[in-house]
Design a protein around this ligand. Structure first.
Ligand code: HEC
Length: 170
């Protein structure tokens, strides 16, 4: 009887160690390997339930920065630019020779107009291609507003100059 019980305890102990090991490995995976879940990540939808979904195409002046346009620009950035510039534009997870958009040591100058031109024309001779075919003008303006929201080297463009340029730019 007591021998039998010892046996049971041993099996139970091994199962306990096994599950303990599993929990450690799983925890390690989620925190360090998977990265799908980070502790500071907002999991909830940025659009509150019941709110009307924001539609960039309904914005008449997408070159004017609003929180909604910046958020739309961030989404476009994640889908089109993060692969080289990093999820946050700081090159973390990007490629080393792309520009750190947070530091903002611009070749073509600071500001919405200069950045929009970079997206129109690319930087010839570099991996920075033109996005004219890939993104519509309003989408490029949204990305430009997102960049200006994250960079330390911000725009000094006058809003009226940006508006005047935007009317001629496509
Ligand atoms: C294939 C990689 C790649 C992708 C994708 C990419 N970039 Fe770039 N980008 C670069 C590189 C490389 C540079 C730096 C080029 C150089 O000057 O040597 C750069 C430079 C820039 C600059 C700096 C311009 C300046 O005046 O210095 C801006 C702004 C920029 N990219 C914005 C974007 C945006 C916005 C997107 C997405 C719509 C994007 N990039 C997508 C590689 C990329």
């Amino acid at each position: 009887m007591s021998e039998n019980q010892d046996h049971h305890n041993q099996a139970g102990f091994i199962a306990f160690l096994g599950s303990l090991a599993f929990v450690f490995v799983f925890f390690f995976y989620i925190v360090f390997v998977n990265k799908g879940v980070t502790l500071d990540e907002k999991v909830s939808d940025p659009v509150p339930a019941g709110a009307v979904k924001f539609d960039l195409t309904s914005v008449k002046e997408p070159w004017v920065s609003t929180p909604e346009v910046v958020t739309a620009g961030q989404k476009i950035f994640k889908a089109n630019c993060a692969v080289c510039h990093g999820e946050k534009g700081d090159l973390v997870g990007g490629i080393a020779n792309a520009r750190n958009l947070v530091e903002g040591q611009w070749k073509m100058g600071a500001g919405e107009i200069a950045h929009f031109k970079v997206l129109q024309n690319g930087l010839p001779g570099t991996q920075m291609a033109s996005f004219k075919a890939q993104l519509k003008a309003n989408e490029r303006w949204a990305v430009v507003n997102f960049i200006n929201s994250i960079t330390k080297n911000k725009s000094t463009d006058k809003p009226e100059d940006v508006a005047a340029f935007a009317k001629t730019a496509e």
